[in-house]
Design a binder for this molecule. Structure first.
Ligand code: ADP
Ligand code: MG
Length: 243
């Protein structure tokens, strides 16, 4: 359902994504691991043109985009088919939890306000935040803010959900509730591409683990293979370090 071919991103002379190939099946959960600075965030960001790749093709559902000559229309198409969960939540500080969830439904998807509000209310209930609907981000814990961030992405009904280290900015006490919500999303057979350092979670949730180093996919396979029987020396070293 999702096909990435030859995806290439350079910042100046630095090649950050070196012709990445990656196919993701419908409902598949792919976890990306790797040392910092290897292009994991850039990979996610290139899929919706938060960073514009210089080359490669991205296919999501019925839309295929040649990165080198992507039109505005195609970029909007990729953005409508993906939903992004950021490490730092990226909520609007001046909007309530409910308004944060409604925002893209109205501005990106063009839904009527009333319908967006009904959808946001439904999502707040699913994420256990019904009583926080009218709260502003500053009045929420880190865990609650990230659950709003995930709820906002869930509300979009996107073909692909992208998670960029969704628990890395959290105090340890809030990590569990955010991972629980991600498990709940996974149970809905949502296609997910997740960057995380939570190895136990990766083992449990991933259909496939992808190890990146230096802008390339070095090794991939089921968690039992990649995490328990790593072949590449760089992956072995990485796993020793993250324990
Ligand atoms: P990761 O998420 O694996 O830690 P990133 O994708 O954030 O890695 O970054 C990969 C490389 O690209 C790093 O060397 C980083 O410094 C560089 N990079 C990322 N964003 C930019 C940018 N906007 N301008 C220049 N270099 C960048
Ligand atoms: Mg990153």
């Amino acid at each position: 359902m999702i096909g990435i071919q030859g995806l290439t991103k350079r910042f100046g002379d630095t090649v950050v994504l070196d012709a990445i190939d990656l196919d993701i099946a419908d409902g598949e959960r792919v976890v990306v691991i790797g040392p910092s600075g290897t292009g994991k965030s850039t990979l996610l960001r290139c899929l919706n043109f938060l960073d514009a790749p210089q080359a490669g093709t991205i296919r999501i559902g019925d839309l295929t985009v040649d990165a080198a000559q992507a039109t505005r229309q195609q970029i909007l198409g990729l953005r409508r088919r993906t939903a992004f969960v950021f490490q730092n939540y990226a909520l609007f500080a001046n909007k309530t939890a409910k308004q944060n969830i409604m925002e893209a439904l109205v501005t990106v998807q063009g839904r009527p306000v009333q319908e967006a509000e009904a959808r946001a209310t439904e999502i707040l209930a699913q994420t256990g935040l019904a009583d926080k609907a009218e709260s502003y981000p500053a009045a929420l814990s880190g865990g609650q803010q990230q659950r709003v961030g995930i709820g906002r992405a869930m509300a979009l009904g996107a073909d692909l959900m992208l998670f960029d280290e969704p628990t890395s900015a959290l105090d340890p006490e809030w990590v569990g509730e955010v991972l629980d919500l991600m498990r709940q999303v996974a149970e809905q057979r949502q296609t997910m591409l997740i960057v995380t350092h939570e190895m136990q979670f990766a083992r449990e949730i991933a259909d496939r683990v992808v190890f990146m180093d230096g802008g390339r996919i070095v090794e991939q396979g089921p968690p039992s293979q990649v995490l328990d029987a790593p072949q590449d020396e760089r992956l072995q070293r990485f796993l020793r370090r993250v324990g």
